[in-house]
Design a protein around this ligand. Sequence first.
Ligand code: PGA
Length: 244
Amino acid sequence: MIIAGNWKMNMDRASAQKLAEDLSGQAASMNNNAQMIVFPPAILIDTVVASRLNENLQIGGQDCHAQPSGAHTGDISASMLVDAGCGWVLAGHSERRTDHHESNQDVAAKASAAIDAGLSVIICVGETLEERMAGKANDIVAEQIEGSLPADLPHDRFALAYEPVWAIGTGQVASPEDVDAMHNHIRDVLVARHPNYAKVDILYGGSVKPDNAAALLALSNVGGALVGGASLKADDFIAIAQST
Ligand code: PGA
């Protein structure tokens, strides 16, 4: 079970240090199988690496470039994330797809660069409200998976996050019934692509909070959560990790 915290463009050095200390301290004494990973802004990765009390708290980047190095002002390569102490990276978060116009092809190229550099990757997909209302959610998500997974992606180096765009940061969580149906659909799409993808964790993301986490994490094809807002408070993030 993966409990991932996407800090987005939040926190500063002092608050990142405190959160890393609190989370790693708690992670060491948790008696379930939750694997806690935080995704700080790139400039705070060093702080989190230096502040965590142990490696039970894992660290990832929020994005990486598809090229290993070169003239790409403002960007960060996958190997730089490895060098900084990261084991993970996110690819294709809906905010990157929208704000930076990242296509499925861009996401696949980034995921591929991440694997080449030695990272594991969480690839994000999810439909908009308009697409859901039009009855297209399953098709859109299948299309995103088809396009965003690079060829030969090893099953033990990635997780897939289903994050309906309308549920992100809105407080409007998808119902357990909808999540169950979509995760079963995603499993079928993954397994059709490769039988080993039966083992890949499928995370749910979108307004996950301590009071709704248990019902979502209990579903058979839910292998964890990708948490935004509630990952910024140690107590909330720990409570989510403990509800598995
Ligand atoms: P949220 O964000 O938990 O604040 O809805 C989730 C995400 O974007 O990963």
